[in-house]
Design a protein around this ligand. Sequence first.
Ligand SMILES: [Zn+2]
Ligand SMILES: [Zn+2]
Length: 342
Amino acid sequence: MIGPHLPVGGALLKAADRAGAIGATALQIFSDNPTAWRRKAGPPTDLQGFRARLEGSEVVVLAVHGSYLVNLAGPDEAFWQRSVETMSADLAMAQTYAATLFNIHAGSHRGAGVDVGHRRIAAGLAMALELGAPEGRPRVVIENSAGGRDSIGSRVEELAALLEEILGAGVPARAVGFCLDTAHRWGAGYDLSDPNELDGLLATFDRLVGSEHLAMIHLNDSRSERGSRIDRHQHLGAGRIGASGLAAIVRHPRLARVPMFFETPGMDEGYEATNMARVRLLLAGEPLPELPAEALNMSSSRVVRRTPAASPPGPPPTVRALPQSAPGAVPRGYREAASRRR
Ligand SMILES: [Zn+2]
Ligand SMILES: [Zn+2]
């Protein structure tokens, strides 16, 4: 089960069609604006059609990524309340979408300390689940961080401690899991470029957190230095993690049943097909064609931006218009690979 995070932008049916067209078996979307507090009054009118088209496609797993504004870990009471309300609204909407996974960022303790942050996440998550999805469906999946300022969850040991708090707050084990974002792990210092390290990394997660709590993977390459705590996604196999490290992940038997989603640049410019084709090549153990230079410097799509709550203020990302020919510049080999489904 592998597929892209696709921007929806009011065109749900188009997103379902695009996922189907590239042969994705998993799809991640935002159910609402991830950088605004205001939530839609109700489900979109084309939701039935969206579900029907997904059912007619090979997509078997739908994940909803929650709002970037939500921060359950911080000490500010009003912000925490607002986060719980927004998350519960998003959770309820994700349930209406029939999503099975609902992904949030662990957030930032904002100087209050990791332990306080964990306790606040646990309490907030328990409350949001009670309000938004009391049956524990979709499963809430907490994403690891790259370790930027005050962010929670960059180390596996931290995820284990966080899980303990969450279970202690009365959340059933099946209602919560973790997402390992490969670019975030790389930013946090884990060497995913070396296939020989992978068994050890997975064994550590299974020992400290438990294999049943690895609910999903964000399969991203990274433009940043390992250990830099900076999160900048790159096309699969075209970044510093590289093809052999990512191939080891998609081919690992332990991860065969873990849904994977790539959050790579250029999803509005046709690069979802490029990266889906690269996934197939990685699965087949085949080398990846080089990408054209303009593909490697694309501004990141929204989904790959750092959590605002955890990021120091800085200049806005530079937005660079892409030449219209960008998708057409995809090497020919991809078309062929895209038609070879697996
Ligand atoms: Zn995320
Ligand atoms: Zn991610």
